[in-house]
Design a protein around this ligand. Structure first.
Ligand code: TYC
Length: 108
């Protein structure tokens, strides 16, 4: 809601009213990053991107190749809670399949 606050302006008793901006703070967003390694099979990474990030096969293959060539790629942008959940799901899935795939998040 818009607020007002009285403010002393130097000498005497004069007071001015300053209009404050209505503050609607958007929650911060977090990038989820996938990191390259030499051992995780390409098909496994494609599967992860389809399964946890809702990508089509073609989209997933493209992003997997970007990570493979460049070392890292953003695979999605989410609220803190959703980003944390995605990272956890990917790390858990990779560990269960004994692949060293790494997934992290960082504030946008
Ligand atoms: N570099 C891996 C390979 O050659 C493939 C790979 C791609 C691994 C993306 C991880 O996030 C990754 N098998």
């Amino acid at each position: 809601m818009t607020g007002t606050r009285p403010s002393r302006d130097g000498e005497g008793e004069a007071s001015v009213v300053v209009q404050t901006k209505p503050k609607t703070k958007r929650p911060p967003l977090y990038k989820v990053l996938l990191l390259n390694d030499d051992y995780t099979p390409m098909e496994f990474v494609v599967h992860v991107l389809e399964r946890f990030f809702g990508m089509s096969h073609a989209q997933a293959f493209e992003i997997m190749l970007t990570v493979h060539k460049k070392g890292v790629a953003v695979v999605g942008v989410f609220s803190h809670e959703i980003a944390e959940t995605k990272v956890g799901q990917v790390m858990d899935f990779a560990r269960r399949h004994q692949h060293p795939l790494q997934c992290t998040m960082e504030k946008e």
